[in-house]
Design a protein around this ligand. Structure first.
Ligand SMILES: [Zn+2]
Length: 62
């Protein structure tokens, strides 16, 4: 077992991958982007969602 300096119950969860800029991915598969990447990544993800036509799922909660 490797010791992590992050505990599981922190907001970020357990960090699995961390990039030098500050972006990281948690063990749960959650991505958190640093200031300089959050905007471009958001746009990239939105563009990919458009490409995948995932907007069709919008009325799921109705
Ligand atoms: Zn970054």
């Amino acid at each position: 077992m490797t010791k992590h300096k992050y505990r599981k119950l922190t907001v970020e969860g357990e960090i699995a991958t961390r990039w030098i800029c500050g972006c990281f991915e948690t063990a749960d598969g959650f991505f958190k982007f640093c200031k300089s990447h959050s905007e471009p990544m958001k746009k990239t993800i939105e563009a990919q969602i458009d490409e995948l036509d995932m907007t069709l799922v919008v009325d799921e909660k109705g």
